[in-house]
Design a protein around this ligand. Structure first.
Ligand code: SAH
Ligand code: SF4
Length: 348
């Protein structure tokens, strides 16, 4: 990458400071922020309310590296899977899921992931690199631009950080990206409409709830340490008791509830005993549970329970006063469902 400032990664405040540093009035920062993150332009030339000499000077100082949508697939239910090309030739994926009252975009935070969960396609890639804040918001802005060209003015209402990568292993960039996405001069998304999902990185979770004003989801996925360590290596470092203790004590903002994600694997964590153990684990946390039937990934030795078993599991949790929802799988024919996102490195 060249030395020019990556201005897509700067928050609103940082952009104003940046313009002060280059000897311009801070309000130029506000104007440029709006062009970048509301109008989603790719070129300084399009910023028509900037003085011409500034417009000509900016390309020497800073760069706008937009992501390119290199592939788009549309499923029957309206789900769209996007492949984005990064400036260094790497690729990431995101998934757009329209529903009656909202449209959710699932975005990536890293190329690959270092956490090595046994069931996850992204995990098989290892970590290639972190995304910058500009690349994280760039996914939302690329999709907004593409869909705005169609009929809708505000095509994306919700964003979930549940694509490739572990967001809390790239917390600085994720925090800046959230700041940019929420800003009234940018896309102005609602803070209750953003959710960041973590494998359970404990110190980072504490920092996250103090500093980032959006929802947190935690991938629990098991009810015993034996199961969880087998599925998720992070459990050897932070076992379930420690994870739950941290969750109980998190100073959650906005009276948010934590969402526990529980991917269901046939014959592993879908037994009667799991129902009781799960209810006991989450009982004194301000939480709800999302049950996600496993989405098969090629070459990985796991299966989903049948639908009836998932139903019974959810109903019995409700009987035990746990708020539990089954998350319908979207876009699985596109390999766009949770944990199926993976990109090769052939372009390197
Ligand atoms: N790294 C973060 C966020 C990305 S994974 C995390 O692990 O939370 C997002 C969610 O997808 C996690 O809850 C994860 O457990 C789940 N997941 C991963 N692979 C899956 C698969 N093949 N089927 C269903 N869910 C999966
Ligand atoms: Fe990484 Fe999440 Fe996949 Fe685990 S489930 S390997 S943390 S992306």
């Amino acid at each position: 990458m060249d030395e020019k400032n990556d201005i897509l990664s700067l928050t609103f405040d940082e952009l104003q400071d940046y313009f002060a540093d280059i000897g311009e009035k801070p309000f130029r920062g506000r104007q440029v922020f709006r062009w970048l993150h509301n109008r989603c332009v790719a070129d300084f030339d399009e910023m028509t309310d900037l003085a011409k000499d500034l417009r000509q000077r900016l390309p020497d100082l800073a760069r706008i590296t937009r992501l390119e949508i290199t592939e788009e697939q549309l499923a029957e239910d309206g789900t769209r899977k996007y492949r984005f090309g990064l400036h260094d030739g790497l690729e990431i994926e995101g998934v757009f899921m329209p529903e009656a009252k909202r449209a959710t975009l699932c975005i990536s935070t890293q190329v690959g992931c270092a956490m090595g969960c046994a069931f996850c396609a992204t995990g098989t890639m290892g970590l290639v690199r972190n995304l910058s804040a500009g690349e994280i918001v760039g996914q939302v802005e690329a999709v907004v631009s593409a869909l705005r060209d169609g009929a809708q003015d505000r095509p994306v209402s919700n964003v979930v950080f549940m694509g490739m990568g572990e967001p809390l292993a790239n917390l600085d960039a994720v925090a800046s990206a959230v700041d940019i996405l929420l800003h009234p001069m940018g896309l102005n998304l609602g803070r209750r409409h953003l959710t960041v999902s973590t494998v359970g990185l404990l110190p980072a979770m504490e920092r996250f709830v103090r500093e980032v004003p959006v929802r947190l989801a935690v991938s629990l996925n098991a009810t015993t340490d034996e199961q969880r360590s087998r599925l998720m290596p992070i459990n050897r470092k932070h076992p379930i008791a420690e994870l739950m203790k941290t969750c109980r004590n998190l100073p959650l903002q906005q009276n948010y509830r934590i969402t526990f994600e529980y991917v269901m694997f046939k014959g592993i964590n879908d037994q009667d005993e799991d129902i009781e153990r799960l209810a006991r684990l989450v009982k004194d946390v301000h939480a709800k549970v999302n049950l996600i039937p496993y989405n098969p990934c090629e070459g990985l030795p796991f299966e989903a329970p049948d639908e009836a078993r998932v139903r019974v599991f959810a109903d019995r949790l409700s009987d035990l006063h746990v708020t539990a929802m089954v998350r319908r799988s979207r876009g699985d024919k596109l390999k766009a469902a949770c944990g199926q996102l993976v990109t090769g490195l052939k372009s390197l």
